[in-house]
Design a protein around this ligand. Structure first.
Ligand SMILES: [Zn+2]
Ligand SMILES: [Zn+2]
Length: 348
């Protein structure tokens, strides 16, 4: 409908113009350093040599989106009530709760962990960004004591500064972050931080936290693109292994995580955010690629996330889970997909 199209153009066009102008200042290829293939002299790169997600390509994509109508998205998914009482009373029983988008509450061996926590109603830089469509599945005040937080990367829909500052004040958790985010958080008053490179591990309260690769990018603005590392995470202990995908595109290179650290009892993988590309999206798996990644990782139970929470992306709300379940059925793996509602908890 046109009343939707016009505000969308107003909202997106300025960012597209800024992105396009920034191309003039975009740096070229940067020399690798010698310590790891994904380290550059300034910033980081992906493992797949064919990866390409240039600012020019993104600027054109935004311009295209600004002048074309979005498909009807339908109603956002509902959520289930979760007052947190069972989670707060829980001792050592492993549970997972989908709070919304990439925010999960993971309980393992008496340790309560949040992934990419966001309780805000809006994500993005001032003047830009998107609003929340589904309230968090559990109220911030109803959370159990949070011992650890893992952050996948610095994009606004994964690293929400007001939420991490609120968590630091209310729970003083240890923040597990990829390289480069320690200094960023320290500048903002958060110093209880463990910063890891891909494949580095840290023991914590009987568990092991390991930063693992993802195919993605980073940046809060135009001038800090790929300066801080992006990661997926493995949390293991008490005979169980959990994988958190964060934000990632598909590359067979990620199978190495399954080889080294799998199989995983639960793999939480993103399934939304792919639709701006007609072909393969370099930064986001589509539902079929998510199933392939799940198999590559040697996952046993797939918990889908990164869909149906914010007014971002373009695919109709029901499309990612519908396509995921169809692909799971085709592979005979439908019983291995735990499609949660926001607020829903499961044992694992
Ligand atoms: Zn991202
Ligand atoms: Zn994201």
């Amino acid at each position: 409908m046109s009343y939707r199209w016009f505000p969308s153009l107003l909202r997106r066009a300025p960012l597209a113009v800024v992105l396009a102008l920034s191309l003039l200042a975009a740096p070229g290829a940067i020399a690798e350093t010698h310590d790891a293939p994904w380290h550059l002299a300034h910033g980081f790169r992906n493992l797949d040599n064919g990866y390409s997600y240039t600012l020019s390509g993104r600027a054109w994509g935004l311009l295209r989106r600004a002048v074309t109508r979005s498909p009807e998205r339908g109603a956002p998914p509902g959520r289930v009530a979760n007052d947190g009482a069972t989670l707060r009373a829980n001792g050592t029983h492993p549970t997972i709760t989908w709070v919304g988008h990439a925010t999960l509450l993971v309980q393992l061996a008496g340790v309560n962990v949040l992934t990419d926590p966001i309780w805000g109603d809006h994500v993005g830089p001032p003047l830009f960004g998107v609003h929340r469509l589904v309230p968090p599945g559990i109220r911030f005040e109803d959370l159990p004591r949070i011992h650890a937080v893992v952050i996948s990367h610095d994009h606004y829909d994964h690293l929400d500064l007001p939420t991490v500052q609120r968590l630091a004040r209310a729970h003083n958790p240890t923040f597990f972050v990829p390289l480069g985010l320690g200094a960023w958080l320290a500048e903002r008053g958060i110093t209880n931080v463990v910063e890891l490179d891909w494949w580095q591990s840290q023991a914590f309260r009987g568990l092991t936290f390991t930063a693992t690769p993802a195919q993605h990018s980073s940046g809060r603005g135009l001038l800090d693109q790929n300066e801080r590392l992006w990661a997926s995470w493995v949390i293991s202990g008490d005979g169980r292994r959990f994988f958190f995908g964060g934000d990632t595109g598909y590359t067979p290179a990620l199978a190495e995580i399954g080889k080294r650290l799998g199989p995983f009892d639960v793999a939480a993988l993103p399934i939304g955010g792919y639709s701006a590309f007609t072909a393969k999206h370099p930064n986001h798996v589509n539902p079929e690629e998510a199933m392939q990644l799940f198999d590559d990782l040697r996952g046993r139970l797939l918990v889908p996330m990164h869909w149906g929470t914010f007014a971002m992306n373009r695919e109709p709300f029901r499309e990612p889970p519908t396509r995921l379940l169809a692909e799971a059925l085709r592979r005979g793996e439908e019983e291995r997909v735990a499609l949660l509602s926001q607020g829903q908890s499961i044992d694992w």
